[in-house]
Ligand binder design. Structure first.
Ligand code: IP8
Length: 279
């Protein structure tokens, strides 16, 4: 049952402060191996950390985890519209993401964050899986009024293939560039960027700071996640962020499964993770 709101969310008028784009990874806010299972405890903790950090100007994007990914994979949504049976899968994937998004937004509002949901499928059209059209006037107005827009990886329409899966990672890079963000914080379920997959390789080393040229040379060492993740796990995430890093937007990868990391990253406090900078 839906809990009562503790207090009313308060709008902060837009200041000159820089924009932060925060991604909450699907594997953090859901139980990745249990279909359609949210991690409500973690969601509440993260909502509290975000509220405590008191960031004035922010966009939040979350991933699909065990809500979007299994359905997207089952119905081959990323391969585009080839068969009418996929229509059901396209709808189910979007509905699953709406369900997850409601839980995230409810948790944020309960912690007084003026969170407002925006479905990417209603304002984005891709072409060959890349964002081609982005109707951003609602988002702009929300930001200027002091709301915190909350978007998510979604099943979207595609001008080449009919439909497609838009990852939250492509979305954060696009949003960060378009709205001239100061920084991106990527909250994932590992401590940062490793030389190999730390879940399967004991010799994987954490990289606390890397530059874009280093990243490009290291990319082939990053192993793709071995779990159900149609957007390519860590490799997919980082490659999607390259345009934003190239636009001089600092990108910080932190383990959002560990308490206080997102709070510290938002406050600019010292925290274990990987900082990626242009140079
Ligand atoms: O978890 C994909 O978003 P991501 C969302 O950010 C769906 O890659 C619908 C699978």
């Amino acid at each position: 049952m839906q809990e009562e709101l503790r207090t009313e969310p308060k709008l902060k008028s837009k200041t000159e402060s820089q924009l932060t784009v925060l991604k909450l990874g699907g594997s953090v806010i859901t139980k990745k191996d249990e279909p359609m299972t949210p991690n409500l405890k973690v969601m509440q903790r993260l909502a509290k950390e975000i509220a405590d950090a008191s960031v004035e100007h922010m966009i939040i994007v979350h991933g699909g985890g065990s809500f979007g990914h299994p359905l997207a994979k089952q119905y081959k949504i990323k391969e585009g519209y080839k068969d009418p049976t996929q229509i059901e899968g396209f709808l189910k994937t979007h509905q699953a993401m709406l369900e997850l998004n409601k839980l995230v937004v409810d948790a944020l509002i309960r912690h007084n964050i003026p969170a407002f949901s925006i479905s990417p499928s209603s304002c984005v059209v891709t072409k060959g899986s890349r964002i081609q059209i982005f109707y951003d006037s609602t988002l702009t107005r929300l930001l200027n009024t002091g709301f915190v827009p909350v978007l998510f990886g979604d099943a979207v329409l595609d001008n080449n293939t009919g439909f497609n899966i838009l990852s939250g990672d492509q979305l954060i890079a696009t949003l960060a560039i378009r709205f001239k963000a100061d920084k991106i914080i990527l909250g994932v379920d590992v401590d940062g960027l490793y030389t190999a997959d730390p879940k399967t390789n004991a010799r994987a080393n954490l990289m606390p700071h890397i530059t874009l040229p280093n990243l490009k040379t290291l990319m082939h060492n990053i192993e793709e996640a071995k779990v159900t993740d149609v957007t390519g796990g860590m490799l997919g995430k980082i490659s999607e962020l390259i345009p934003a890093i190239n636009a001089d937007i600092k990108t910080f990868i932190v383990n959002a499964s560990k308490e206080a990391n997102v709070y510290k990253a938002l406050k600019g406090e010292k925290v274990a993770g990987t900082l990626i900078e242009k140079e």
